[in-house]
Design a protein around this ligand. Structure first.
Ligand SMILES: *[C@@H]1O[C@H](CO)[C@@H](O)[C@H](O)[C@H]1NC(C)=O
Ligand SMILES: *[C@@H]1O[C@H](CO)[C@@H](O)[C@H](O)[C@H]1NC(C)=O
Length: 368
């Protein structure tokens, strides 16, 4: 019931935002407020508290009942609808179990896989605001030039990034946090390239634990994740020799599934820290090797062109999302009240009119 109401709200929000969007002039690609930026103004990712639902294996079955917003994927550097990713929209879903937060990114796309070549495989990234002044544009937006960024000069512009490049990752297997890289004290992943990164701007981007003024050696990769494509046949489990796992060009859906503890042991503003019942800010990026051509780092699609609120909902529903839906519920209640007052007045008038004219015969209900 609650979910249906949320869906309804989401639908009306989507309708509203598309109405707003069509009223905006097309072709304005300003850095800050391109026309397409209005597309997802109301977009919000809600991570409900649902423990024991999700297994991080790249399979989306257990996510079927979880609602998540969907976005057209527009080029991040030129968010023109005519240049949107042609494969389809990306759905962004999230849950938490009080300990970890889970994400599922679903995006349609023909199977493309080139063993060992990340740039010839699809790839996804999540970005989160850490510092209060970190902008979505320019990955934190610190003005310092490459080589001059320091944790001091860019204080407040920290963003946390998880990037999964699947060129060396076997579908259905878990990548990310592992003993060897965490033993080295950094956010790397030598096995599957599911890395934990932070940045101040696109040129000042480092693995957790590394940076311009030395390596902290106490950082960790706190993410884990797996990928899958719907054209793959499930069997007892793929191994590296099965690569590329199925024929390329098959239609289907890519699934990217992730988990991370709500809190990490970061002490250097390199990880976002989630709080139950509070909002964080998230961005989603997607790379795809169009026509088999390798992509470059800046050549990615974006699920929105600004931060989206990510709500780590509290089990009681006392999150800010519920507050939002409560106020719109109040509006609906007020409208219903107004309607009923009008109806009451009309009925009083009809009753008065009937008693005056006395020309309407009484009709028992059972005759109707
Ligand atoms: C963020 O920007 C404001 C206004 O410029 C400034 O007062 C504040 O100190 C900044 N925050 C951090 C963490 O640097
Ligand atoms: C940090 O580690 C990298 C490689 O792990 C190394 O190349 C670099 O010299 C180290 N920097 C400092 C300041 O220790």
């Amino acid at each position: 019931m609650l979910r249906r109401r949320r869906l309804l709200l989401l639908l009306s929000a989507l309708f509203l935002s598309s109405a707003i969007k069509s009223a905006l002039p097309h072709g304005d690609h300003g850095e800050e407020s391109g026309g397409s930026c209005a597309l997802a103004l109301d977009a919000r990712v809600v991570a409900e508290y649902e423990p024991g639902v999700v297994t991080v294996d790249g399979h989306a079955d257990e996510w079927a009942d979880v609602d998540g917003p969907e976005f057209a994927l527009l080029p991040a550097l030129d968010p023109d609808e005519d240049k949107a990713y042609g494969g389809g929209k990306i759905a962004v879903k999230a849950l938490h179990d009080g300990i970890n937060v889970y994400f599922m990114l679903q995006v349609e796309g023909e199977y493309a896989y080139s063993k060992g070549d990340n740039q010839k495989c699809p790839s996804v990234a999540l970005m989160f605001q850490v510092g209060e002044n970190a902008t979505y544009h320019n990955m934190g937006g610190c003005k310092d030039l490459p080589g001059t960024c320091t944790s001091k000069s860019c204080r407040g512009h920290e963003v946390d990034i998880m990037h999964f490049s699947i060129g060396s990752a076997i579908p259905g297997r878990l990548y990310g946090a592992n003993l060897l890289d965490n033993g080295d004290g950094n956010g790397g992943d030598r096995f599957g390239h599911l890395v934990d990164v932070y940045s101040w701007n696109p040129h000042c981007r480092y693995l957790d634990g590394k940076g311009p003024s030395g390596n902290s050696s106490s950082a960790q990769n706190d993410w884990q994740g797996a990928w899958w494509h719907s054209s793959l046949d499930f069997h007892s489990g793929y191994v590296e020799e099965d690569s590329p796992f199925t024929k390329s060009g098959q239609k289907g859906t890519y699934y990217f599934e992730f988990s991370r503890p709500l809190r990490t042991m970061d002490r250097f503003q390199q990880d976002v820290q989630f709080v139950i019942g509070q909002l964080s800010k998230v961005g989603v990026a997607f790379w795809y090797p169009l026509d088999g051509k390798p992509w470059s780092g800046s050549q990615h699609y974006s699920a929105n062109c600004d931060w989206m609120p990510l709500d780590i909902a509290s089990p009681s529903g006392g999150s800010s999302y519920s507050v939002g839906s409560k106020s719109s519920w109040d509006a609906a209640t007020a409208f219903a009240l107004l309607l009923s007052v009008v109806a009451f007045c009309v009925s009083v008038f009809v009753g008065y009119w009937v008693s005056r004219t006395n020309s309407v015969p009484f009709t028992p209900m059972d005759r109707l």
